[in-house]
Design a protein around this ligand. Structure first.
Ligand SMILES: *[C@@H]1O[C@H](CO)[C@@H](O)[C@H](O)[C@H]1NC(C)=O
Ligand SMILES: *[C@@H]1O[C@H](CO)[C@@H](O)[C@H](O)[C@H]1NC(C)=O
Ligand SMILES: *[C@@H]1O[C@H](CO)[C@@H](O)[C@H](O)[C@H]1NC(C)=O
Ligand SMILES: *[C@@H]1O[C@H](CO)[C@@H](O)[C@H](O)[C@H]1NC(C)=O
Length: 389
């Protein structure tokens, strides 16, 4: 497109003519000017293969060109350029060598974890392949499983829907990143349960280099309606995404979230409750989906591996009490193999997509929420030693 514009600019400029030139055949003038114009165009817009991405012929590279194009559409500020350069290099970095390959299970909870006993059953026998971090924001949890004792990290108060939620996520990531054996990072709440045995979960997450981050375009008031033009020019409306906060991400994406202060500050300032025009924006539902969609769109699956039921259309998702916890319910959740995103506009459009894992259609979910404490006995009885699903 730019090339085309370049040509057009030259065409509208009339060629200066002198009297003597009229004697020469017209085609020579035409040929010479064609060569000149070509040279100028090549000089202004060098062919892509001469850029740094020539050697790295991958999908990642195609994207890095967009993230840091050779000719940016606008002049980037110092901070924005710094952020983009650092993030690009993090995404292109090889994975850190380590003896073990562990998954970090990061629990974001107000207090005690009601399903520790269930998680203990899930973890037992896999001690070399996981680590646990607990961020308890309200009161010190009482642990009933030895696996959880000593795993509390320093925590701060968290308010629902506020930036402190994102801060707590970053705090968990920073703690978990200290261990170079951690290659994948799963964010869980106190009401989350595992749906499959450890091997299934481990292989599902580790045998792909995709992060499972929920991210979709919602044109309605709870999606695009929360975008603020104060985020321009760095975050355009077309980049704005929505998604559940319960992510499961690769080390490179965890690092990327940790180093980012540039985009984070935009959300801190312009995505909060009771903004201008009575708008409410919740940073934990937009920051990670939007940033990762901008920085590495093909590196995220666009769905979360943690199931939640929004079908009741209320302000909060469905909570499962003891009487809801049946074999049929769990079987239903574990067999879902398409993701449904419903827009918040009046059309309530349901967008369905198959869950593609390394190109294969597979069940979408490894974990589920929101389960109430009284369901523990039923869950233990059904999931037992995790040989059912
Ligand atoms: C993703 O994983 C595949 C196979 O495991 C590997 O060949 C490929 O290089 C990886 N891609 C990136 C960007 O790491
Ligand atoms: C996720 O969505 C983005 C667009 O929002 C798309 O570019 C990307 O390819 C999607 N990721 C996958 C794995 O399909
Ligand atoms: C499970 O799914 C079936 C078929 O979609 C449905 O009829 C049934 O009510 C579901 N059961 C529960 C407990 O959700
Ligand atoms: C786990 O389940 C298997 C097969 O259903 C059974 O043979 C085994 O005894 C169970 N183990 C425990 C500890 O419950």
């Amino acid at each position: 497109m730019k090339l085309h514009q370049g040509w057009r600019d030259f065409e509208v400029t009339p060629m200066p003519r002198s009297k003597s030139s009229s004697k020469k055949p017209l085609w020579i003038i035409f040929l010479v000017s064609l060569v000149c114009i070509s040279l100028i165009v090549v000089y202004i817009y060098p062919p892509q293969q001469y850029s740094s991405c020539y050697l790295l012929s991958s999908k990642v590279c195609d994207h890095l060109e967009y993230w840091l194009p050779p000719v940016p559409a606008r002049v980037l500020t110092d901070d924005e350029l710094t952020a983009r350069v650092v993030m690009r290099d993090i995404l292109a970095m090889p994975t850190i060598p380590s003896k073990r390959h562990k998954i970090a299970f990061m629990f974001l909870t107000p207090a005690s974890l009601p399903f520790e006993k269930l998680w203990e059953k899930f973890f037992l026998g896999n001690e070399e392949r996981f680590s646990i971090y607990v961020h308890a924001s309200r009161e010190k949890p009482v642990h009933v499983s030895p696996l959880f004792i000593g795993q509390n990290i320093h925590s701060e108060k968290v308010s629902w829907g506020k930036i402190s939620m994102v801060d707590a996520e970053k705090r968990l990531l920073a703690n978990a990143l200290q261990d170079t054996d951690n290659h994948h990072f799963v964010l869980l709440s106190e009401s989350c349960i595992p749906l499959h045995n450890f091997d299934y979960v481990y292989n599902y997450l580790m045998e792909t280099n995709i992060s499972f981050v929920d991210s979709f375009v919602d044109p309605g008031p709870h999606g695009a309606g929360r975008y603020s033009e104060h985020m321009l020019p760095e975050i355009e409306k077309k980049d704005w995404r929505k998604g559940s906060q319960w992510f499961s991400i690769k080390r490179r994406h965890a690092l990327l979230l940790l180093v980012d202060s540039f985009y984070y500050n935009k959300f801190k300032l312009y995505c909060k409750a009771s903004m201008e025009g009575n708008k409410n924006c919740y940073a934990d539902e937009h920051y990670v989906p939007t940033l990762l969609n901008m920085a590495d769109p093909s590196g995220i699956a666009n769905w979360s591996v943690t199931h939640v039921d929004w079908s009741e259309g209320k302000w909060h998702p469905k909570s499962y009490r003891a009487e809801h916890v049946t074999f049929d319910l769990l079987k239903n959740i574990t067999t879902i193999d398409q993701i449904i995103h419903v827009t918040s506009d009046s059309k309530r459009t349901a967008m369905r997509k198959p869950c593609l894992w390394n190109g294969m259609r597979r069940p979408c979910y490894l974990f589920a929420r929101k389960f109430c404490l009284d369901g523990l006995d039923n869950l233990m009885a059904i999931l037992g030693n995790f040989t059912v699903f």
